[in-house]
Design a protein around this ligand. Structure first.
Ligand code: NAD
Length: 298
């Protein structure tokens, strides 16, 4: 099967490389030509537009920042919809608003093109290892056809419901991750100010009930003062905005999410929008006038 891959950023690049390693033939496109060149070096064919990629593929995967980028690449001028043949399948792996997934799928269905929304969790390290977790929305038979290919990039792929359900699940994931990082930050700042080494705190609690994948991934980075992304604060703002919009549309108050959103907004104002989301701790450090990373006071 010929696969088109559109969006070769932090995540898309290693995901596309894993499909090449698995033996698939890939046509790729990104607005950044250097990213396309890197994939061509790895064995892919360069596409000239999303339309061009779609015309050459039976399956088109997109891995783009947010809803407007996905709408432009799929439904816009020179988009996937202009090149894709009836019977082809679009798998959008970007994290976008569930409503946008449904709108794009509806427009594609009118042309006989199926779609899954299939956002991922795990970040760059798991994209490189091919061990991402994929949460999928769409029809069961389309998912069954795609599952083996998805598992070339992931350790698990779970069908969560109809189209849009993948992105609803991703919003749930992003709420849990953001709140966990904020809780870790609050706790580490308190411990530091109370004179207890936060590294010891991490060692002591990571095997107990407070332990988590988030803690294991983010505590070592935060303790080293390393905020290199990873997952940028501005992308987490995007996800929490989609969560707040979705929640307000369906009548679900999500008070803790809105609190963390304001923390992220404050960090953005402070010029830290491109830091890894582990950088949330910098907000707390400023409030308490203490530095958690090795090196002590501010
Ligand atoms: P990124 O910004 O590194 O990559 C996005 C790529 O899309 C860029 O290379 C950009 O040039 C390209 N692009 C934008 N508009 C385009 C268009 N119209 N046509 C073609 N290419 C276009 O972002 P990323 O970190 O790879 O994230 C991609 C998606 O995956 C986002 O929705 C993000 O929330 C999600 N995600 C990211 C991570 C992470 O840790 N980085 C983890 C899980 C999920």
């Amino acid at each position: 099967m010929k696969i088109g891959f559109i969006g070769l950023g932090i995540m898309g690049k290693p995901m596309a490389k894993n499909l090449l390693k698995a033996g698939y033939s890939l046509v790729v496109y990104d607005v950044v030509t250097a990213a396309v060149a890197e994939l061509v070096e790895a064995g892919a064919i360069a596409g000239t537009s999303p339309k061009d990629v779609a015309a050459a593929s039976q399956l088109i995967i997109t891995m783009l920042p947010n809803s407007p980028h996905v709408k432009t690449a799929i439904l816009g001028e020179g988009g996937v919809i202009e090149g894709a043949k009836p019977g082809s399948i679009v798998v959008d792996m970007s994290s976008i608003a569930p409503l946008a997934s449904r709108e794009v799928a509806e427009a594609l269905a009118a042309k006989g093109i199926e779609m899954l929304d299939a956002p991922v969790s795990g970040g760059e390290p798991k994209a490189i290892d091919g061990t991402l977790s994929i949460m999928v929305g769409g029809k069961e038979d389309v998912f069954a056809k795609m599952k083996d290919i998805l598992l070339k990039m992931a350790g698990s792929a779970v069908l969560c419901g109809d189209i849009g359900a993948g992105n609803v699940t991703k919003l749930a994931n992003q709420i849990i991750v953001a709140l966990n990082i904020a809780a870790m930050s609050e706790a580490f700042v308190l411990a530091t100010k109370a004179g207890v080494d936060p590294e010891r705190v991490f060692e002591a609690i990571k095997g107990g009930l407070a332990g988590s994948t988030v803690l294991n991934a983010k505590a070592p980075m935060v303790l080293a003062g390393n905020y290199k992304p990873g997952f940028r604060i501005e992308l987490h703002i995007k996800d929490l905005q989609n969560a707040l919009d979705t929640a307000h549309e369906n009548g679900t108050p999500i008070p803790l999410t809105s609190q963390v959103m304001e923390i992220l907004q404050a960090l953005k104002v402070d010029g830290k929008q491109s830091d890894d989301h582990g950088g949330i701790i910098q907000f707390y450090e400023k409030l308490a006038d203490v530095k958690v990373r090795k090196g002590g006071a501010l």
